[in-house]
Write a protein that binds this ligand. Structure first.
Ligand code: SF4
Ligand code: SF4
Length: 318
């Protein structure tokens, strides 16, 4: 696969702020890929992902991993007894007792010690290796379109697996490699405290092999759904002036259709879920008219879909 094209498509379709990050765990005997460099100081896996989405291609053997939890979870080093027991989670006051800490640790995805010998991360467009997973740092709206794109080809619901702990190592790397399913994770204590992920960003990871199918579905969604939702086409003109329940008695919706603008395309009739609208023949050709305003739910679909901007809704008391 051409990584530059994949990255360009993803950035354009999702309007990503950051490069998607290619991640690979190297097995014993596997050569270091070309054009990746050891950082001058040890980094956490979450920090390496931050550096990679900013343009750095990084090779990290165990000695360059700063997080003992993350590197053990990815099978690079043995887990420290204090981390394995859950003791440290109590000291940080992240969990209430040792039983719950043990349960959380036992349920997360890990690789056995020694499964891998190093990690490599790079901006997808620069990766000269085959990634195991690709990790996105994105906004929830962009993650939503990845979910839609994933459901687009299968009809399946997306199921996510996270605990709020061990985000980039367990949830986004090991979990996705093992399950071969997309996952969303919101960062964790360490990742939020030590990397530049903003409060409004989240993480999503997908098996590398599934990127082309995701991109094809995103291209289909970009024809209509993505730009329409981003233009907020169903937004009522004044949404911050919602009256209280006592004022809603007898409220009536008028569907105003400017006949001189209507070109008779019938889109409003087709999209209206409640048969409020019909086409009528007039001396100026077919025009849309409202025939059952009492059925109108105020969904604003006709307003958003009309290419002529011919429709407006008017809410008024009877
Ligand atoms: S969508 Fe607009 S232009 Fe098309 S028929 Fe309805 S009102 Fe007329
Ligand atoms: S607002 Fe919704 S229910 Fe009302 S006429 Fe338009 S499409 Fe139909």
């Amino acid at each position: 696969m051409n990584h530059q094209e994949l990255s360009r498509d993803l950035k354009e379709l999702l309007t990503l702020r950051w490069s998607p990050v290619a991640v690979r765990l190297l097995k014993h005997g596997e050569e270091k890929p070309a054009n990746v460099f050891e950082p001058s100081v040890p980094l956490r896996h979450c920090q390496a992902i931050t550096a990679a989405r900013r343009g750095n291609s990084i090779y990290m053997p165990p000695a360059k991993h700063a997080c003992p939890d993350g590197s053990a979870i990815m099978g690079l080093i043995p887990m420290s007894p204090k981390l394995r027991s859950g003791e440290l989670y109590l000291l940080f006051k992240k969990l209430p007792n040792i039983e719950i800490a043990r349960k959380m640790i036992a349920s997360r995805s890990e690789f056995a010690t020694g499964t891998y010998r190093a990690s490599v991360v790079a901006p997808l467009e620069d990766a000269e290796f085959t990634p195991d997973v690709v990790i996105f740092t994105l906004y929830p709206e962009q993650a939503m379109w990845c979910c839609c794109a994933s459901s687009y080809g299968s009809g399946d619901r997306q199921v996510f697996n996270t605990s709020g702990f061990n985000s980039t190592c367990s949830d986004l790397t090991v979990q996705v490699m093992k399950s071969q399913r997309m996952n969303i994770s919101f960062g964790c204590y360490g990742a939020r405290a030590i990397s530049d992920i903003s409060d409004f960003e989240t993480y999503l990871a997908i098996p590398y092999d599934q990127l082309p199918a995701l991109i094809e579905s995103l291209k289909k969604l970009a024809v209509k759904s993505i730009p329409e939702a981003r233009r907020k086409i169903y937004m009522p003109p004044v949404i911050d002036n919602v009256s209280g329940p006592e004022q809603q008695e007898g409220c009536h919706v008028s569907v105003r259709i400017q006949q001189d603008r209507c070109n008779g395309c019938e889109l409003c009739v087709a999209f209206c879920p409640d048969a409020v609208l019909e086409m009528r023949e007039t001396e100026n050709g077919p025009k849309a008219v409202a025939v059952a305003e009492e059925k109108c739910s105020s969904c604003y679909t006709c307003v958003g879909q009309c290419p002529q901007k011919a429709i407006q809704l008017e809410q008024r008391a009877n």
